[in-house]
Design a protein around this ligand. Structure first.
Ligand code: DX5
Ligand code: ZN
Length: 215
């Protein structure tokens, strides 16, 4: 069954609690929280205090996507804020294995993210450590960009490694996910669909979320 992770980046920032409750009622599985530091990516969003403020108002799995340099400095802060899953970028970690181990030691699920130009081999030796691989299908930093189809073979290759090794690792796809691109990503082997614009700009998020889940 496909899981849907609405990205809060496309919500109405003056009504965050309301929008989180809306997507939860609409059947979302995860709440995808895009943290950006203005260094790893050109944009700045929010940090642990905002996540902590939303935590009491939702039962969704809080899926924190860290688009920040040297994320090992902040793992504890995000765990304390209520993250259930913390995803770090391979491009932002000097000691990826150590950072993922620290996330797990803090009782959190661990994810690893790959920019569109980063080869899947970058996560080959940490696949057994992670719960999720996040394949970026846009260059991170902004919502509302177009899906880059060149990442589809990367999803397929990761899926084949996961199957060969008998691992229970989810593959999430993030960026430009809509009806068409969602099917392509699922066909390639994705099991989690992250979607900002497609969910929050829809007249009825429930319709989109249910469509995605039934692919
Ligand atoms: C991009 C973020 C995505 C983004 C997705 O840097 O990681 O999660 O919000 O937004 P859409 O679905 O609009 O491409
Ligand atoms: Zn994201």
């Amino acid at each position: 069954m496909i899981k849907v992770a609405p990205s809060l980046l496309s919500a109405d920032f003056s009504h965050l609690r309301r929008d989180v409750e809306r997507v939860e009622e609409a059947g979302a599985d995860y709440l995808h929280l895009d943290v950006m530091d203005g260094h790893f990516v050109p944009n700045i969003t929010f940090g642990p205090p905002l996540i902590a403020a939303l935590r009491p108002h939702s039962r969704l799995l809080f899926d924190v996507h860290l688009m920040i340099e040297a994320p090992e400095r902040y793992i504890k802060d995000f765990v304390n804020a209520g993250a259930d899953l913390i995803t770090v970028h391979v491009e932002a970690c000097r000691h990826l294995h150590r950072t993922l181990t620290v996330i797990k030691e803090n009782g959190c699920r661990a994810g690893v993210a790959l920019n569109p130009a980063t080869p899947p081999q970058a996560v080959e030796y940490v696949l057994n450590l992670v719960d999720l691989v996040l394949v970026m299908s846009v260059n991170p930093g902004f919502g509302g960009q177009s899906f880059i189809p060149a990442v589809l073979p990367k999803i397929s290759l990761l899926r084949s490694w996961i199957e060969e090794r008998g691992l229970a690792v989810e593959i999430a796809v993030d960026g430009g996910v809509n009806r068409q691109t969602a099917s392509l990503a699922v066909k390639a082997g994705a099991t989690v669909l992250v979607a900002g614009t497609a969910v929050f700009a829809a007249p009825d998020p429930r319709v989109v979320i249910q469509e995605f889940k039934s692919i």
